[in-house]
Ligand binder design. Structure first.
Ligand code: NAG
Ligand code: NAG
Ligand code: CA
Ligand code: CA
Length: 179
């Protein structure tokens, strides 16, 4: 059971970190993210463009970086991450057809897409028109480049090899701070 000092400590820690974790308002300082990660609205992101793994390995890859495979909660985050990928294209000279894993799948119930981090349903989704397009054998989601731009999500076979995008979300930051 918590004594008063412990409780006050938790409250103090929570308020101390509130400028970090009020992610929807602030563009948080890049110093809060690990080197090489990009910050947007309180989350940190890393595009593992030199790693090609299946969807489950992609989740493990992000866990190894103390992160999660990206969850995209709204249109702003989707737009941000697509423009981040566009930047990789311009600087890296990569080709259309690249696909990047995101943390959504319909492995539990065909056609019912969830974020693997908490099994929540997709309140926002950025499917390309006609997607998700395949029943049964395509149960994991990617952001894909078509016609030179990253213009939507597609369902893909979970065993395919694609690049992970990892995210450290404000929620994880809270978990780490208050343990
Ligand atoms: C990918 O690039 C990162 C950053 O340069 C590096 O730390 C990592 O070892 C590379 N991974 C592979 C599989 O080459
Ligand atoms: C999601 O649901 C599965 C199946 O019920 C369960 O094994 C898993 O622990 C759940 N994951 C989370 C993060 O709640
Ligand atoms: Ca997110
Ligand atoms: Ca499916």
């Amino acid at each position: 059971m918590l004594d008063m000092n412990t409780l006050l400590g938790i409250v103090a820690l929570a308020s101390l970190s509130s400028h970090v974790i009020s992610g929807q308002q602030c563009e948080c300082p890049a110093s809060m993210c690990p080197d090489g990660w990009v910050t947007f609205r309180g989350s940190c992101y890393y595009v593992s463009d030199n790693v090609s793994v299946d969807w489950t390995e992609a989740t493990h890859h992000c866990t190894a970086h103390h992160a999660e495979l990206i969850t995209i909660q709204n249109a702003d985050e989707d737009k941000f991450i697509r423009s981040l990928l566009e930047r990789y294209y311009r600087t890296g000279g990569q080709h259309p057809g690249q696909e990047f894993w995101i943390g959504a799948n319909d492995l539990m119930i065909e056609g019912v897409w969830e974020w693997y981090t908490d099994n929540s349903s997709l309140e926002y989704s950025g499917w390309y028109p006609g997607q998700p397009g395949s029943e049964g054998d395509e149960d994991c989601a990617v952001i894909a480049s078509r016609s030179d731009v990253f213009n939507g999500w597609h369902d893909a076979p979970c065993a395919a090899k694609h690049h992970p995008i990892c995210e450290i979300s404000p929620r994880q930051t809270i978990d780490q701070i208050i343990g």
